[in-house]
Design a binder for this molecule. Structure first.
Ligand code: NAD
Length: 371
């Protein structure tokens, strides 16, 4: 079994799909590892950190040699085109993003596993890339907010008195939001948080934050949120506007899988924020939760700074890569038997994460979305 590791090509992508310890684990399963030269450079891993690995000059050479190609983000068409028919591609493939890429994977007879599609069941937690990278993003968003705020986050006592802690509001309390809450609390801010799923109240409160109750519940299937009706949106907006107007930093992390991010914070709400307030819109890449967010930019709206960071986990490439590498290994390793790949299609984790196999688009949800 040959495991191939590609260097990432997306602009600004610094993460890698393996780390040295995880490469050893693949080798322990009897696999050979082929890596593109300097693939780990942006994540601060040197080629010499990886023992007993064959290094090749090009991504095409990795693709042509490998039975399983590992990536963080989907590789470009030329690299997919160099893969062997029947080989496996595994990573965060953004399955909803490109019908052309799905078609190329079908035509190339590639078994593609997009870990964004992983069923959110207990057994799959150790493989859950969305959760591991969400945690990194949530942590980073809290730090970005603290770094750009003109106020201290913690209470600070000095010779002439004490400074009140900053008020942070986090919208969306999934994996990323909860990590943003925990991080802002650790720095000493007073934190309020809101999510449409009512079960998040207990999780938010357990982190020492206050739940903003809007009286709207949008619990959906599989632990995810559903889209709100117009009436529900109006009710939510009214209560949220008050909390937004009172905070010093707003961090938004709301998402609905496979859809554009819900617009939750209107221009009017921003206009009512305190001068000097900071907004970090974690959903910038998928359209943003905030009206006026520009992906990849910092924009001033009146005296409020709205930040739309992109590829946030890539800012922490060492630990983000370690997490991804373990997620991918935990996904693949159960299907390696006696040094060869033995995919078990009865396994709901494997079949649920499959985008394409044997010349077919296998995922019903993606099929419907791509049309
Ligand atoms: P996500 O990134 O898809 O969404 C982030 C949050 O935004 C969610 O909590 C969602 O409820 C919230 N949201 C959506 N629309 C909103 C709106 N209009 N206003 C406010 N908030 C809104 O979510 P995620 O963090 O990837 O996962 C969601 C949940 O799935 C988790 O919190 C957890 O309960 C569950 N989960 C289960 C497992 C597992 O058992 N293996 C693993 C990970 C997550």
């Amino acid at each position: 079994l040959v495991i191939g590791v590609l260097a990432e090509t997306h602009p600004g992508e610094r993460r890698l799909s393996v780390v040295p310890d995880v490469v050893k684990k693949y080798q322990g399963l009897g696999a050979q590892v082929v890596m593109q030269k300097e693939a780990g450079k942006a994540a601060h891993f040197r080629d010499t950190d990886f023992a007993d690995v064959s290094f090749v000059d090009s991504a095409e050479a990795v693709a042509a040699a490998a039975d399983v190609v590992l990536c963080v983000q989907a590789p470009p068409a030329a690299i997919i085109g160099a893969m062997k028919p029947g080989s496996v591609l595994c990573g965060m493939l953004q399955p909803w993003a490109s019908a052309e890429r799905a078609q190329q994977l079908i035509d190339g007879q590639i078994s593609a596993f997009a870990l964004e599609l992983l069923p959110r069941i207990s057994r799959a937690q150790s493989m859950d890339i969305l959760s591991s990278q969400g945690a990194v993003a949530g942590y980073e968003c809290a730090l970005i907010a603290a770094d750009h705020s003109p106020k201290f986050f913690p209470m600070l006592t000095y010779a002439a008195g004490s400074i009140r802690p900053a008020k942070v509001l986090v919208i969306g309390a999934g994996v990323a939001g909860l990590q943003a809450i925990a991080t802002a609390r650790r720095i000493g801010a007073m934190v309020e948080a809101y999510d449409v799923r009512p079960e998040t109240r207990e999780q938010i409160e357990s982190l020492g934050a206050k739940f903003v109750d809007t009286g709207v519940s949008a619990a959906g299937t599989g632990g995810y949120a559903r889209e709100l009706t117009d009436e529900e949106k109006a009710k939510q907006a009214e209560r949220l506007a008050k909390a937004v107007a009172q905070c010093d930093a707003l961090i938004t992390t709301a998402a609905i899988p496979g859809k554009k991010a819900p617009k939750i914070i209107t221009a009017d709400m921003i206009a009512r924020m305190k001068p000097g307030a900071v907004v970090v819109d974690m959903a910038a890449e998928t359209g943003g939760n905030v009206e006026g967010t520009v992906a990849g930019e910092k924009v001033w709206i009146n005296d409020v700074l709205v930040i739309g960071p992109t590829n946030i986990p890539s800012r922490m490439p060492v630990h983000a890569s370690e997490m991804i590498a373990k997620n991918l290994f935990n996904f693949i390793s159960p299907f390696v038997k006696d040094g060869a790949l033995a995919l078990d299609w009865q396994d709901e984790v494997l079949s649920g994460s499959c985008l394409t196999h044997a010349g077919e688009l296998r995922h019903a949800g993606v099929k419907a979305a791509l049309g």
